[in-house]
Design a binder for this molecule. Structure first.
Ligand SMILES: [Fe+2]
Ligand SMILES: [Fe+2]
Length: 300
């Protein structure tokens, strides 16, 4: 992967931020993906990489759905702090969508069928957009919860960090850090609406499990097949273990998805503050991974 260094360290810009402690920073990243990153960049495995490609393909549309579902209620919010957090949430998700779009172009050049993921998720989210605005927001809460658990994996999964291409992984880890920084926003907006009925939560969990997960799995299967992930049996089985084994990367998606149905559900129940602090420094500090690998700019 071509790397670009910029003479201004983004870490120092970040520290000079005037944001308060509970505000959400919008970092204007510009990852540059050239052609020379390893084709099996995730876990050095064709199957797990195909799953990452499917995730990257579905992210931009997903981020737009999240933004739209929250933006719809923005004017209902009177609390200034939450209003600012909403602005941060929308800004961060917009950046994630943009950077994954950029990454997807590099994946297409590598021969991955990104388009199948884009088409599948567009159709799936089209169905979710037929729900009421509150139900759509509840779906966002469920998906944000799932994304937060994926984010924990991106930052702490030992095999992922040991086996993956560190430069490519850094983009995912930036996304992960920000997912944790804004993980409470959609829930806080949802709770304020005073329409928190059990049936709304149930519909949201069913919609995500019944529509979003299957279209994403379908996309992953097609991408993996076209990538030839099944051809090397040993590698394929290894990939399955990495995804679904005892410490499998995707396991939290299965185990954590129904949490939203619990009475005491709150994204704050998963305390990730220390993880965020560690990775903020590791990625964005003066000697951070992103400074080392990429040209970036922070506009705010
Ligand atoms: Fe995101
Ligand atoms: Fe998010």
């Amino acid at each position: 992967m071509t790397t670009h260094l910029k003479n201004q360290p983004i870490g120092s810009t970040f520290k000079n931020s005037r944001l308060g402690s509970n505000q959400i920073p919008v970092r204007h990243m510009q990852f540059v993906f050239a052609d020379d990153f390893p084709v099996n960049f995730a876990f050095n495995n064709a199957l797990t990489t195909s799953v990452f490609v499917a995730l990257s393909a579905v992210f931009p549309s997903g981020e737009r759905f999240f933004m739209d579902s929250i933006r719809y209620f923005r004017d209902h919010i009177t609390d200034d702090a939450l209003k600012q957090q909403i602005a941060g949430f929308i800004g961060q998700e917009a950046m994630h969508g943009r950077e994954h779009d950029r990454f997807n172009k590099a994946l297409i050049k590598k021969g991955f069928d990104v388009e199948i993921g884009v088409k599948s998720i567009t159709r799936g989210l089209g169905l979710l957009r037929k729900l009421t605005p509150v139900q759509q927001l509840a779906c966002t809460v469920v998906m944000e919860h799932a994304t937060a658990h994926l984010a924990i994996q991106w930052l702490s999964h030992a095999d992922l960090n040991r086996l993956s291409d560190p430069k490519t992984l850094a983009m995912w880890q930036w996304h992960a850090l920000e997912e944790l920084e804004h993980k409470t926003v959609s829930y806080d907006v949802y709770k304020i609406l005073d329409e928190d009925k059990w049936i709304t939560r149930f519909i949201a969990v069913c919609a995500v499990m019944g529509v979003v997960i299957p279209v994403s799995i379908y996309a992953a299967i097609v991408i993996a097949y076209k990538h030839g992930s099944h051809k090397n049996r040993k590698e394929f089985i290894q990939g399955l273990k990495l995804l679904f084994g005892q410490d499998g990367f995707l396991r939290p998606l299965i185990t954590k998805a129904p949490d939203f149905l619990k009475k005491d559900f709150n994204p704050r129940n998963d305390d990730t503050e220390q993880l965020e602090q560690v990775w903020k420094e590791k990625l964005l500090g003066p000697n951070g991974i992103i400074n080392e690998f990429y040209m970036n700019k922070l506009a705010s």
